[in-house]
Design a protein around this ligand. Sequence first.
Ligand code: ZN
Length: 211
Amino acid sequence: MDITVFLGAPGSGKGTQAKILAKDRGYQHLSTGDILRAAIAAQTSVGLKAKKFLDEGNLVPDDVMIELIDKTLGDLPGSSKILLDGFPRTVAQANALDASTRTRVTRSIFFEVPSNLLMERLTGRRICSKCGQPFHVVFRPPAQNGVCDVCQGPLLQRPDDTESVVKRRLEVFEEQNQPLLNFYQNTQRLQKLNANVPVDTLQTELVKALH
Ligand SMILES: [Zn+2]
């Protein structure tokens, strides 16, 4: 099985790239949230185990997450090309994935964007409070300031996207990500892409990196 781990800060565009690969090139895009939701909906034994932690307001422990991913991959054909998004987040998780032949990671790709640009991308987001349509004050401004193009509803900034929260989110990401970069670098499985380029350009570079 070909397993690629996507590493990148919030706002780095890795989710968008994964979706394009899934739609156009037959990749399976597995985000932690999707895996959890699917297992809980299917009421598998490991899904119910995970649900218990979530219901109690706790994080799903590593061993349960690994079991979930292992089970999810086991249900896919051996020829599948997997994009893991949002997992592993720690070196312990990365080691645990590698411990099983089925979940051993083939490569990792880091979507590199300077943090000042991530700040601009994330704090500029606005969401229509009525229909949920996303906008951006710089990159995708509405025709009329603060008003949704689709339904005329008022645009709001999510609490997660305010400057102080974004700054903290990026700091937390940085702290967690650096050891992972070192881990995959040391095992010759890290490729870095400059993700501060247009979506199409990044997709072309990404496809090259995956071969
Ligand atoms: Zn709207």
